[in-house]
Design a protein around this ligand. Structure first.
Ligand SMILES: [Zn+2]
Ligand SMILES: [Zn+2]
Length: 442
């Protein structure tokens, strides 16, 4: 269903409706058409596929089940001429960005420089498949302060605080009014100021429309990255043996929190090869202020592998890489990042009695996640490792969102990226006219 905002301004929601992520929103202004994000709808994909035995072989399955909308002139496997002028990516999370793999290579993709670096480095370290390959994509990277034009639209990307660096909201000046798109954002991270700057600009633009994320409208919490740091410090200080931890590898703010806590407690932080590769690619980004992999405060850990990829060989040649046998002998002086994929290493590391495990990402939200989580708990049980859950969300909380919406004062609001749009509409009722988007499948 298309939503007409003015005579010439139209919005079509191909994803991000009644679900967290999968944002794919078509904005049409006169003859100009842009897509706001082009993310995978994982909840839809999970209904039909499960890795590794039942995964799609090509786009046909994804189109068959409507996981990808039948949108002519957008995909690389469709021979028609491009039907959109650009894709604007808010950030690199897969639920916003991963469908760019399928994009017709003639269509440019605009994103922040950090997002471009993250997408490129992920492309290098991930197993290649038709769902991950971004080769040949026309990426046009912007920075805060840039403005650019696509057809009749003037686009102002403004940084926001989120659980991955390089996240932006967009203020889009169309011929019949301004559209504000929040992407994913929050104000309880270490870079809340960036979100405040976005909100101030959005308010100044007097928008006709605000397309707004509502992830935490149900299941809210009060926490902050600062609080995460205090709690982590307490656990690390109280553990006199090995500390293991898991967090999202692209969450640079969380990485910094762990790094600082490790330093404070005279431990080195051991990160994975993949994390090290990505950080190395981001090192030129001064704003991120990433510490050097110096082999002392920050070290690289490699799990045992039969055969190494080229990029892993390259890392091994540059850094003094630690393996399980090394970690085994330095348990009191290391804080080691240990994802689900690294659990096997515990058999060799043999954490000493008194070691602990910190789970620093969201708790499971679906059945598949629960099964995985139980498996993790079984491993921890076996090795006598208590689990501490220490995390704060990448998304804004309801009261804070409500005051932002009152401040921006858009004429019309579309809640997206939430499983509870009706709740959102009731809670935000006095913030403006709220229209619930309907998903366009075909
Ligand atoms: Zn998202
Ligand atoms: Zn996100």
């Amino acid at each position: 269903m298309k939503s007409s905002v003015g005579n010439g301004l139209k919005l079509t929601f191909y994803g991000g409706v009644n679900e967290i992520g999968g944002n794919k929103i078509l904005l049409e202004d006169a003859d100009t058409r842009v897509l706001l994000d082009f993310g995978m709808s994982f909840s839809e994909r999970r209904r039909f596929y499960h890795e590794p035995y039942l995964s799609p072989r090509d786009e046909k399955g994804l189109l068959e089940f409507g996981i990808l909308p039948a949108f002519k002139g957008v995909y690389r496997f469709d021979l028609s001429s491009p039907a959109v002028d650009a894709v604007l990516l808010s950030h690199s999370h897969s639920d916003h960005a991963s469908c760019v793999c399928f994009l017709n290579r003639e269509i440019p993709v605009y994103c922040g420089e950090t997002t471009a670096s993250l997408l490129r480095s992920l492309n290098e370290v991930r197993a290649r498949s038709f769902e991950t390959d971004i080769d040949g994509l026309q990426i046009r990277a912007f920075r805060t302060g840039d403005r650019f034009k696509v057809g009749s639209l003037e686009i102002e990307p403004i940084h926001v605080d989120h659980s991955v660096p390089g996240a932006y909201g967009f203020i889009i000046h169309a011929s019949e009014g301004t559209v504000v798109y929040t992407g994913d954002f929050r104000i309880h991270g270490v870079k809340a100021q960036m979100t405040h700057e976005f909100v101030e600009e959005a308010e100044r633009a007097d928008p006709a429309v605000m397309i707004c994320e509502g992830t935490n409208i149900s299941g809210a919490d009060v926490s902050s990255e600062d609080e995460v740091k205090t709690k982590l410090d307490k656990v690390v200080k109280g553990t006199d043996r090995l500390v293991l931890a898991d967090f999202s590898y692209a969450d640079i703010d969380r990485f910094r929190t762990f790094y600082e806590v490790a330093q404070k407690n005279k431990r080195c932080l051991a990160i994975s090869m993949r994390q090290a590769y990505i950080f190395d690619r981001l090192r030129h980004e001064e704003d991120l202020d990433l510490p050097e992999i110096d082999g002392e405060s920050l070290v690289v850990f490699q799990r045992s592998r039969k055969k190494l990829h080229k990029w892993e060989d390259e890392l091994r040649n540059r850094f003094n890489v630690k393996e399980s046998k090394d970690i085994k002998n330095m348990q009191e002086s290391v804080l080691m990042v240990c994802s689900l994929f690294d659990l096997r290493e515990l058999i060799e590391i043999r954490p000493k009695s008194g070691s602990s495990y910190i789970h620093s990402s969201s708790e499971p939200v679906n059945e598949e996640g629960e099964i995985e989580f139980t498996r993790l708990l079984n491993w921890l049980d076996h090795f006598g490792l208590p689990m501490y859950q220490i995390h704060c969300s990448g998304h804004i909380m309801p009261n804070e969102l409500k005051s932002i919406m009152a401040e921006v004062n858009a004429k019309k609001i579309y809640p997206i990226h939430t499983e509870h749009p009706e709740l959102f509409a009731k809670f935000m009722a006095n913030c403006g006219e709220i229209e619930l988007p309907r998903k366009q499948d075909r």
